[in-house]
Design a binder for this molecule. Sequence first.
Ligand SMILES: [Zn+2]
Length: 591
Amino acid sequence: MAASQLATMLKGGELQAGCFARLNKFVLNTIQNKSIVILLDVAVVGAPTGLVGAPTSYPDGAPLPSATAAALGGPAAPAPARAFAPQHNARPAPAAAPKPPSNFGAAMRGAAAPGGGGAFRSISELNPYQQRFTIKARVTAKGPMRTWNKPTSSGNLFSVDLLDGSGEIRGARRPVAATMFERCGVGNDEQSSPSRFVGGTFFKEVADKVFPLLEEGKVYVFQETSGRLKPSNKQYTSIPHEFEVTFGNVTVEPADDDGAIARIVGDWKKISMFADGGGPREGNVDIVGVIKAAFPAGQITSKRTGQELTKREVVLCDDSGYDVRLTFWGELALRDDAFFEAQPVLAAKGLRVSDFGGVSLSSGFGSQLIFDGQEDPESLRLRAWWTEGGGREAPTVALTGASGGSGAPAAFGDRIVLDDIKGRQLGFGEKPDYVTFKGTLNFVKTDKLWYEACAQEGCQKKVVQNSDGTWHCEKCQATNAECKRRYLMSSTFVDDSAQSWISAFNDHATKIFLGVNADDLAAYKEEVENEDGKFEDYMKQFLFKQYVVKVRVKSEVWQEQSRVKASIVDIFDLDYVAESRDILAALAVMD
Ligand SMILES: [Zn+2]
């Protein structure tokens, strides 16, 4: 029987009667009392020929010759055929058994359970053709018990995320540490590789029975005899597994935690992915960072439910040079100040990303959090960077605006004037200052407006042009035919108190240039290259417009000189009606 992923090979005529095929991956199963080999991954290695020899059907129920049994990872001694199914026997073949031919190696890995010789099916190979399977897995997340009440039915359920060691054994994903350095931006390759994570759901009586047994972070053996696997709904889960399990008749037992299954496995991203407007502003992200600072816990009332919630914001940084705000809720938020002041390393899988304050993160039900993980290589590496590598002293750029930021300009009364930047010595504190002013854009440096950035999705690193005109990205270690220009604009703004140099990154500069992106502007500049002053004239249309601008102000030491740099965090067209109203109100107070 061929699994659905082989349908195209069958339809396309690649896999046809008489051809030679290598079974890279298969499972043996009992379906309606018949032993069936289900092909999961097949490579056609030879064109169709006539039959070789005179093969006959294998008699049902007959014992297998021991050599074949060993090759298939089954018991060496003659055994009833049903011993192969439903659970795959992964006992190693006795030394006396003939060595299976080398091309059976792949099949062995497919059929036998990796992960240290136990008779466990690996999560990466769970598929809808199996109702019976035994897996050994760590519960990395456990959801709350939920109930549903419909006219047609009612009941309760809860879900878990399960992780085993299969991905590591099969090398389906690169080790986490290597991934950190090689990957750039949002990767998508895990969609196609087997996942050692799977989501599982328990219903009704099974849920009642299993719920008290399972604890997050612990390892269990799940022996299932009537499970159902269905395609996972990617809308509701970030787990890359093709299927999710509905447990039916399951026995759950605590298992030894021998460390073979990682405590946390994430698709770790650097915080810098959010810099300069990059990265997602929704969905989930996996990040390892140091809690650099924490704000006091506070209460808010949920707009949706009216419930009082405790929240605590912390500043999470990593060695990419950036930091971002992260919000904890509930019990976690109520932990002692001392816990956060110890600056723990947090490995967090499934943090929610939002555009609040530019970009910010929050932990939720689906998040898996490990503080100061002693077994997680990335946590250990970051801990070393923080304490020994000088990370503690290294400044980071804040990506989350201090006061909400995005969406609405700061209140009229909270603005500064440009002279305050000097006058109030802004930017010299430990943290950057975020201030808002009303000003007029009066100069844009037009000779250098953009940089050439990597065309790779999610990467914004500067690229270098090769002699053949292609572009090389140091970070991606890749050469692309194209580059993508991104604005890095120097400009001055003026108000009635002073004039200041203000820089703008891509998104804000694009806004100032009325939506014309850097690639288009560069093309125009090239087009009018020979027409003296034409480009400069074109750029003048963007000047002398009033804005309400939120800037980040921070002093930076450059060539032993400290200078204050202001860069745009948010920019709004001046709303003249609102502005007039605010001015009148302010004047009224002065009376
Ligand atoms: Zn790149």
